[in-house]
Design a protein around this ligand. Structure first.
Ligand SMILES: [Fe+2]
Length: 210
């Protein structure tokens, strides 16, 4: 059985950009429910995988949408907590900075594209910054529980949750203001840079804690 991972910071640490009320509900209720539901589905099986990544892959193989939704949402939220930091980190650095400039023109242009894509995403989902093995980066917005870890050769670097439960307490319907706070104040670039290194080394990057 999988456990709800602790947040990597105090629930109030991201204020004023993300409130403790949001994190307590999002982590303590929503994320916890996905894990509980995943565990319940796995309890019926004799051969449950021992990693959440394995559960996601199993659900894909079996075309089991309910298991996929709960396993992928368990994984996506774990990755989302790592994508946030209470310590503003300015711009991405090093090779990731160069890759973003190559793909988007400049870091400022990247931030604008992130905000435009996130605001334009219809209904629930996630905005992912991903890399392929050669180090080419791009933004993809995926619906509901969909996750780039099912794409062979793709490594996520950073993600922003654009389900309403991620921002409605703090920003009501103003998703663009939430996206701006994420990409300008909360984004954990040191984590994204480490993921970028892993992507190019074929190491896979962050794993859900077991
Ligand atoms: Fe969420």
């Amino acid at each position: 059985m999988f456990k709800l991972p602790d947040l990597p910071y105090d629930a109030a640490a991201l204020e004023p950009h993300m409130s403790a009320a949001t994190l307590n509900t999002h982590h303590g209720k929503h994320h916890a429910a996905y894990i509980k539901n995943m565990n319940a589905a796995l309890a019926e099986r004799s051969d449950p995988p021992d990693t959440v990544e394995g559960v996601v892959q199993l659900a894909v193989r079996e075309n089991n949408k309910k298991l996929f939704n709960n396993a992928a949402q368990s994984w996506n939220h774990g990755f989302f907590w790592e994508s946030l930091t209470p310590t503003p980190q300015g711009d991405p650095q090093g090779d990731l900075k160069l890759a973003l400039e190559k793909a988007f023109g400049s870091i400022a242009d990247f931030r604008e594209q992130f905000k435009t894509q996130g605001a334009g995403h219809f209904a629930s989902g996630w905005v992912w910054l991903v890399s392929d093995k050669s180090g080419v980066v791009k933004l993809v917005d995926l619906h509901d529980a969909d996750t780039p870890i099912v794409e062979i050769g793709t490594t996520p670097l950073l993600v922003c949750d654009v389900w309403e439960h991620a921002y409605y307490i703090d920003y009501k319907n103003e998703r663009p203001r939430f996206l701006a706070a994420f990409i300008e104040q909360l984004a954990n670039w040191r984590f994204a840079e480490a993921q970028y290194d892993a992507a190019r080394k074929g190491e896979g990057g962050w794993k859900f804690p077991t």
